[in-house]
Design a protein around this ligand. Structure first.
Ligand SMILES: O=P(O)(O)OC[C@H]1O[C@@H](O)[C@H](O)[C@@H](O)[C@@H]1O
Length: 469
């Protein structure tokens, strides 16, 4: 039986430190099952990259690191990945920065990485590629004769066809995506966009089994909403809260990387509107916004930071008193256990991105609550999480009045209604935690029929994966 091989731009740490959140938690168990391998970028760049993967053996799985030169990395990561694809796929075509060296670096990295991977994978390995930084990988691997099944999961949104076409290389991207055996999306929204893009670009035909026929082969598509370790996060919050005093005022909380897709200025403007129209709450509520820095070297990120800091200062200057600071703003990351407790002790969770693949903060906020006295989640209609969390207060993040209204509804919501909404949200999460996500994707990847090229279904005997979870 083959191994599970995960490939992502960032690799987990080689010593297991910092494993507590995100993708590593999600994939660790599946990887540990049969001696899995995780291939990802080395944390540092070098002028003399190693000509092969650098392997590290961890107790639970192996890690293979690839190295890149600083300029190539910049053009591939800050450039094409985060100055072209990230804004475009988040619908911010106005922020796309097209430079010829970016696209070339993006392809170069995928090509180089494919050569390193081809040296180590076997036909019966199951390859799972993650996210927008590595879209051309299946194409490159197949060109090198790699016969493993290859799945891809897009963690961020896929926009509609017109927006997608704003990317200069949109045809290539569509073709590269069509080289995967299975493509997974966070939402039905994104899945629908992919079907439309394949139809328009590659004359793809939707089959009755949900796959698409493209140029003589089938590409399986599916919706697999990512999640968190629900029980673990609930325990972290409950245990940590035991010795933490409750805040003196009911608190609203927001936790987001300082990214323009997160709708942070719009959120503050909504809060400002709320304060304008609810004088009774002056001095009686506060907003804690934690916004750790990210991709600081990209201009669009510098601009959003300036805008947010200006707004926070403006609101505090306008409404604050000697005893009351309406907005507390923290521009650094806090440890996960501290965040869990802050979520539990906050009356309202504000998750109002302008466009988001999923948004796990929404799920963490719900998991962290005390079921007997839960807080209320205010959630953007454009977060992928909104498809699964209709019992949140759903808002339009572009409409400050809507945000203001939701804040006041949340603060005034009776206990019975808070419990009812939380119960519904929490029980859905319990049935759809991160293990469920991982198992569902792998089960589907294993079951993909590969009748391509020579008309023969390849790679039988991978059934054990279908039992994950
Ligand atoms: O650029 P960074 O810091 O590696 O972050 C990338 C990640 O950012 C996260 O916000 C996205 O949800 C992931 O999909 C993405 O891969």
């Amino acid at each position: 039986m083959g191994r599970l091989v995960i490939i992502s731009n960032r690799a987990p740490s080689v010593d297991g430190s910092g494993d507590s959140g995100g993708l590593v938690v999600a994939l660790k168990d599946a990887l540990a099952k049969d001696g899995g391998l995780w291939i990802g970028g080395a944390p540092k760049q070098t002028d003399a990259p190693s000509p092969s993967l650098i392997f590290h053996h961890r107790q639970d799985f192996d890690i293979g690191l690839f190295e890149l030169e600083p300029k190539l990395y910049r053009d591939y990561y800050l450039g094409y990945s985060n100055s072209v694809l990230w804004p475009a796929l988040h619908g911010r075509v106005d922020l796309i920065d097209v430079q010829p060296c970016y696209a070339a670096a993006y392809r170069e990295v995928a090509g180089r990485l494919a050569r390193l991977i081809a040296e180590t994978v076997r036909d019966d390995d199951l390859i799972w590629v993650h996210d927008y930084q590595l879209i051309p990988l299946a194409h490159e691997l197949k060109a090198l004769g790699v016969k493993s099944r290859i799945g891809f999961f897009l963690h961020i949104p896929l926009p509609d066809l017109q927006t997608f076409k704003a990317i200069p290389d949109w045809r290539d991207l569509a073709r590269w995506l069509a080289d995967y055996d299975l493509i997974g999306f966070q939402t039905r929204r994104d899945l629908g966009h992919m079907i439309n893009i394949f139809r328009h670009t590659l004359r793809g035909e939707l089959r009755s089994n949900g796959n698409m026929g493209i140029a003589g082969r089938e590409v399986a598509l599916g919706c697999f909403p990512i999640s968190i370790n629900v029980d673990g996060f609930r325990r972290l919050a409950a245990e940590g809260a035991v010795n933490t005093p409750a805040p003196s005022l009911p608190r609203l909380i927001g936790v987001d990387r300082l990214d323009y897709s997160k709708g942070l200025p719009q959120r503050l403007v909504g809060y400002q509107k709320f304060l304008e129209s609810h004088a009774a709450f002056h001095g009686k509520v506060s907003l804690l916004q934690i916004a750790p820095p990210t991709r600081d070297d990209v201009d669009a990120y510098k601009a959003i930071r300036t805008e947010l800091e200006h707004l926070a200062g403006h609101i505090n200057g306008r409404f604050g008193t000697v005893d009351w600071t309406p907005v507390q703003y923290i521009h650094r990351a806090l440890p996960r256990d501290e965040l869990a407790v802050l979520f539990r002790l906050s009356r309202v969770g504000l998750v109002t991105p302008l466009f988001d693949g999923m948004n796990l903060v929404a799920k963490e906020y719900v998991a962290a609550q005390d079921a007997a006295d839960p807080g209320v989640l205010v959630l953007s209609q454009f977060a992928g999480a909104a498809e699964e969390m209709p019992e949140a207060l759903i808002v339009n993040p572009h409409d400050p009045q809507d945000i203001a209204q939701a804040i006041s509804t949340a603060l005034e919501m009776p206990l019975g209604e808070r419990i009812e909404r939380h119960d519904a949200l929490y029980s859905h999460l319990q049935d759809h935690d991160v293990d469920h996500w991982c198992a569902a994707f792998l089960k589907r990847l294993v079951s993909v029929e590969r009748l391509d090229v020579d008309g023969v279904a390849r790679f039988p005997g991978l059934e054990p994966w279908a039992q994950v979870g």
